[in-house]
Design a protein around this ligand. Structure first.
Ligand code: SF4
Length: 375
């Protein structure tokens, strides 16, 4: 199996925490779609004809596209790739863009899963993040999606926000769970260089929660989602049974994926590619058939580290048998040695030949993974 990611690099305005590549000038949307279609045709060899089980419109803001534009892109993909029988076709949507009619149209265009960027159901949080929607719009966006017929809806949430109280976060989760969505992605705020929040932090105008506050918020998230039957299948992702994201899982299970569009990344087990992060260069170079991506051929060590980095984030864990069979023995021995103190500290749990992050280990996953990476 394989996946296709389509990056829609446009946003009406910039959220204060975001360092993703996007531009607010929408005049190039049509040219950009033409370039995307050209890239889709020209790069199909990258997936080695593997069936595509997931198509994902991410961004940026894919819900800025109208149905015709979505149709155009999907038609090209369906015409040039081997698509599996029931592919997951996801569109990321911002609450301020959508309406019940829009939902109905994109549903008939073949979008069968939504990822709605709520981030919070608290207006103070949304203002702090410079999101374009209010909490009322966020809830309406989910309810209308359900009324339009969507039965597979994921929502994004953020915690660890400045000023977020434990009670405020708990209320947020309760409201989200009452919306009866099938999937929740919840991320701790990360302050990225070059963002407005990073500036405010350096000027001393932003107070971040303590590690203890963040851990308490994380525990509440895990507890409430579990009580509602969600499976915590990846560090930041929770889903009802049969609603694990095919798209996300392809990253974590190291399935090949092709990233189309500005700044999109691709991976096929042999190489990693990343497209130029500049709209004009991307459009011009796809037109002129010039190169618009960089490529790195993966070494054995890269492949091993990719495997650790992705597998350890999931409930399926890191399989030491697989590492032993696939990679040089010296790497296996190094990992086995480095794993011991995390086992003793309770950050990792051993289940037969697999190592899986414990609940406490999930909260410090970056540190655990860093220790296991082979240098
Ligand atoms: S809508 Fe998404 S991609 Fe666009 S600025 Fe906000 S967070 Fe970034």
């Amino acid at each position: 199996m394989s996946g296709i990611y389509i990056h829609i690099s446009f946003c009406k305005s910039k959220c204060f925490y975001c360092d993703f590549f996007s531009v607010s000038n929408l005049t190039h949307v049509e040219k950009y779609i033409s370039a995307l279609k050209k890239e889709a045709v020209e790069r199909k060899e990258y997936l080695h004809n593997k069936p595509v089980s997931s198509i994902y419109f991410g961004g940026g803001t894919p819900s800025l596209l109208n149905t015709e534009q979505i149709n155009e892109i999907l038609e090209i993909i369906y015409a040039h790739y081997k698509i599996s029988e029931c592919p997951e076709v996801t569109l990321e949507a911002n609450p301020d863009d959508v309406s019940i009619n829009y939902y109905k149209e994109i549903l008939s265009a073949g979008i069968n899963r939504l990822s709605i960027g709520l981030q919070s159901l608290n207006d103070t949080d949304l203002k702090l993040l410079n999101r374009r929607h209010t909490s009322a719009q966020a809830m309406k966006a989910v309810v209308e999606a359900q009324e339009a017929g969507f039965r597979n809806i994921s929502v994004d949430l953020m915690y660890g926000l400045p000023g977020m109280s434990l009670q405020g976060w708990e209320e947020n989760i309760e409201k989200v769970l009452a919306l009866n969505v099938q999937h929740i992605s919840a991320y701790h705020l990360s302050i990225e260089a070059g963002t407005v929040l990073s500036d405010l932090l350096h000027k001393g105008q932003l107070i971040l929660p303590t590690d203890d506050d963040s851990l308490a918020q994380y525990k509440i998230l895990v507890k409430h989602t579990k009580e509602k039957g969600f499976i915590h299948y990846e560090i930041s992702n929770f889903a009802l049974e049969n609603y694990f994201s095919e798209h996300n899982s392809s990253y974590w299970k190291q399935t090949s994926y092709l990233g189309l569009g500005c700044a999109a990344h691709s991976y096929n087990g042999i190489s990693r590619r990343w497209n130029v992060a500049d709209i004009n260069t991307y459009i011009q170079n796809t037109d002129d058939r010039k190169n618009f991506y960089e490529e790195e051929i993966l070494s054995e060590k890269d492949k091993l580290n990719d495997y650790i980095l992705t597998s350890l984030r999931t409930i399926w864990g890191t399989d030491m048998n697989y590492i032993k069979k696939t990679f040089p023995e010296k790497y296996f021995k190094t990992i086995l040695k480095n794993i011991q103190h995390h086992l003793m500290a309770g950050n990792l749990i051993q289940s037969e030949e697999k190592f899986i992050l414990s609940d406490s280990g999930k909260f410090i996953s970056d540190a655990v993974i860093r220790d296991l990476i082979v240098v």
